[in-house]
Write a protein that binds this ligand. Structure first.
Ligand SMILES: NC(=O)c1ccc[n+]([C@@H]2O[C@H](COP(=O)([O-])OP(=O)(O)OC[C@H]3O[C@@H](n4cnc5c(N)ncnc54)[C@H](OP(=O)(O)O)[C@@H]3O)[C@@H](O)[C@H]2O)c1
Length: 250
């Protein structure tokens, strides 16, 4: 059991902070040999994550790329070695905008970052996984995929619903090759994401409707991601695990 991750290389996108940083560190603590820490704007955060990855005994590197652009996705793919564990975590609402103010550019940005990048990175790492006869992919969806999202977050919600469908489709396609594809769907995590996109008042309303009596933490989500990567989840394929303190989305 302690050796199940030894010799493995993981890539965690969006690991400069939040859920991705917690996941990169948790994977290193579980014995993953090498953790690649991807970031976009917050190189300092990525270097902090990397320092904790190394303190946990893993090797690693920080890789920068803007995954909301096709050129940025290509630049990340050009830097990648063979990956055993892929965590497609980078994502964002980008900007809250309602239907009448939503631009084509914003639509492309939200979809490219949240859907296309996960698809393209999985496509790029899959050949080595297929050759080795094994690999793990965990995608990040959102409770927004089930409830349509909050104000001005409809396209983000649609992107996260696409992630659920891609998770199911690729799980079926890749299971015969020994590759497991699953997703985690967080509810509301009290981190930078909501500091950027929500008010404290909105978070208090969500909190009041959360049976667990608190909002989520980065580690709450990272723990489930690591479980999905582990041998304990060896018969789990194509699932999206809702991690939200008991909030039942319609
Ligand atoms: N927080 C929540 O309540 C919540 C709920 C449901 C789903 N999620 C999903 O969970 C995942 C992680 O979110 P989080 O809460 O940890 O968010 P976060 O704290 O805002 O962190 C977002 C991460 O994604 C990266 N990122 C953002 N825009 C990017 C871009 N254009 N190109 C490349 N990377 C980019 C950021 O990199 P830099 O910092 O380097 O720019 C950062 O590492 C996302 O997919 C999010 O949609 C979050």
């Amino acid at each position: 059991m302690p050796d199940e991750f030894s010799g493995k290389t993981a890539l965690v996108t969006g690991a400069s902070r939040g859920i991705g940083a917690a996941t990169a560190i948790a994977l290193a603590r579980r014995g993953v040999a090498r953790v690649l820490v991807h970031y976009n704007r917050h190189r300092e955060g990525a270097l902090e994550t990397l320092a904790q990855v190394r303190a946990a005994g893993a090797d690693g590197a920080a890789l920068g790329a803007d995954l909301a652009t096709l050129a940025g996705i290509e630049s990340l793919l050009a830097q990648l070695p063979e990956i055993d564990i892929l965590i497609n975590n980078a994502g964002s609402l980008v900007r809250r905008a309602r239907l009448l103010e939503f631009t084509p550019q914003l639509y492309d940005e939200v979809m490219t970052l949240n859907v296309r990048s996960a698809w393209a990175i999985t496509q790029a790492v899959a050949p080595a996984m297929i050759r080795k006869g094994g690999g793990i992919v965990v995608n990040l969806s959102s409770i927004a995929a089930r409830n349509g999202g909050g104000p001005g977050a409809t396209v983000y919600a649609a992107a996260k619903a696409a992630v659920v469908a891609i998770t199911k489709g690729l799980a079926k396609e890749l299971a015969p090759q020994g590759i497991r594809v699953n997703a985690v769907s967080p509810g509301t995590v009290d981190n930078d994401f909501h500091r950027e996109f929500s008010t404290r008042q909105t978070l208090d309303i969500v909190l009041a409707a959360t049976p667990a009596g608190r909002l989520g933490t980065n580690d709450d989500i990272a723990g489930v991601i690591v479980f999905l990567c582990s041998d304990a989840a060896r018969y789990l394929h194509g699932q999206t695990i809702e991690v939200n303190g008991g909030v039942l989305a319609p």
